[in-house]
Design a protein around this ligand. Structure first.
Ligand code: CP
Length: 306
């Protein structure tokens, strides 16, 4: 089996079988990262460009490490130090990069749809590394890998996502993926940060976090996307933390074997308390580790297509 598309723009573009293929391939890729020599020649001679118009620690670094572990040549471009600051458009930047014949371009952009524009224009394989409030498909894949690794399955699990649902690209990709794989999804957070149509996506809304955490297998906490909010959607950070923060008191209502996740970066003490961050049921750094394996798998599967 192989992936049918040359690009990964949205979780809508991949079937459950393709998701399982990526996750199964990532299991073998993870083993490579545990070796003393963390490198295989699989993508030798391939060129991968990391084109980032927005800040990133985890995604950019893990794509770079993933490419290097597979022996690809990886080039990083930050918009702030490129000719974008001289006014070059996204399309012209894409055309000029394509002229250098890369095999894959990883794109992060503040505008929803930017990676899709490049995917339609260029023959290189395009991977969406986060576009505005639209999607972050590789984050959803690494989250799914982490849940499957810890719980054994995705189907039938109950997953709660808490926070700024409206502005989060992580939540969009996660809802699509988790529902596709047979999990149940609920969200919680201030009503001002939850779209009114959320139930039409097949997701339930539970306003009180203390009720929402009962009986769920996984709790995903989200960062408040202050950079994407046009106006303040809650009175103060202190009140947000009091009503929607995850701490040990809230977790008393949850199952003993619940997993706590967060895509990062974390606002320590706002959406999640420091003691929960360091607790054994919190798997945030496992998510980061698995990000390398999942991105290795995706690069391998997509580069073959291109
Ligand atoms: N999770 C995530 O996308 O983190 P970065 O913004 O650091 O890449």
């Amino acid at each position: 089996m192989e992936l049918k598309n040359k690009d990964l723009i949205s979780i809508n573009d991949v079937s459950p079988d393709e998701i399982n293929l990526i996750l199964d391939t990532a299991v073998s890729m993870k083993e490579i990262s545990s070796r003393e020599i963390k490198k295989v020649p699989t993508l030798r001679g391939k060129t991968i460009v990391n084109l980032f118009y927005e800040a990133s620690t985890r995604t950019r670094t893990s794509f770079e490490i993933a490419g290097k572990r597979l022996s690809a040549d990886v080039i990083n471009i930050s918009a702030r130090s490129s000719s974008v600051v001289k006014g070059e458009t996204l399309e012209d930047t894409g055309r000029n990069l394509q002229a250098m014949n890369p095999d894959q371009i990883i794109v992060r952009h503040s505008c929803a749809g930017a990676p899709k524009i490049l995917a339609e224009m260029l023959s290189a394989s395009i991977v969406n590394a986060g576009d505005g409030s639209h999607e972050h498909p590789t984050q959803a894949l690494l989250d799914a890998f982490t849940i499957r690794e810890k719980k054994g399955v995705l189907e039938g699990l109950k997953v709660l996502i808490v926070g700024d649902i409206t502005h989060s690209r992580v939540v969009r990709s996660n809802i699509l993926l988790l529902l596709k794989m047979g999990a149940e999804v609920a969200v919680s957070g201030p009503r001002t940060m939850v779209p009114l149509f959320i139930e039409s996506l097949g997701v339930s809304y539970v306003p009180d976090i203390n009720d929402a955490v009962k009986d769920v297998d996984v709790i995903m906490m989200l960062r408040i996307q202050l950079e994407r909010q046009g106006k303040t959607l809650f009175p103060t950070l202190r009140e947000y933390s009091r009503f929607f923060g995850l701490n040990r008191d809230v977790l008393k209502n949850a199952k003993k074997d619940v997993l706590v996740m967060h895509p990062g970066p974390v606002n320590r003490g706002v959406e999640i308390s420091p003691d929960v961050l360091s607790a054994p049921y919190t798997v945030i750094l496992d998510q980061v580790e698995n990000g390398v394996a999942v991105r290795m798998a995706l690069m391998y599967l997509l580069t073959g297509k291109q």
